[in-house]
Design a binder for this molecule. Sequence first.
Ligand code: FE2
Length: 159
Amino acid sequence: MIAEIEIDRIVAEHVERRLQWEPLLPRRRTGYTRTRLTACDTYEVLALLWFPEALTPIHDHGDSYCATRVLAGELHVARYERTEEAGAIAMRLVERGVQRAGDGDALQSARQLHSVANPGSREALSLHVYAPRFTAFGIYDESGARRSLASSRYDAVLG
Ligand SMILES: [Fe+2]
């Protein structure tokens, strides 16, 4: 697993270059856009631009570690933990919180899930470090049952 100190360094590097990449992020009226800023063998860094009323389903990140840092606006995050014992699936809400500029979060395993929303009227911007890179992820309903397997896509690739 990638070390926390390494994540901090990666985030700091991308924050430092924010003026270069932020104007290039694709925009739309609703939902959110995912732009890859960096990719290497061990991780990738994405910038997510969240438009008003954007909302993700409850999802995992495959087997990847996921670290997030809010750079602007407010994101409402619900975190869940999913368990599967003897074929019985259960999911519990761990916490709901509001994350603002400077706040960081991390999901450490495939059992940790979240949903992210921008219910406000302003845009929000966040950085996401995924280690290793992932291409497929699960979408879940409130009971913890996996509804579908989705493939991650980029709205733009800058690096
Ligand atoms: Fe996520």
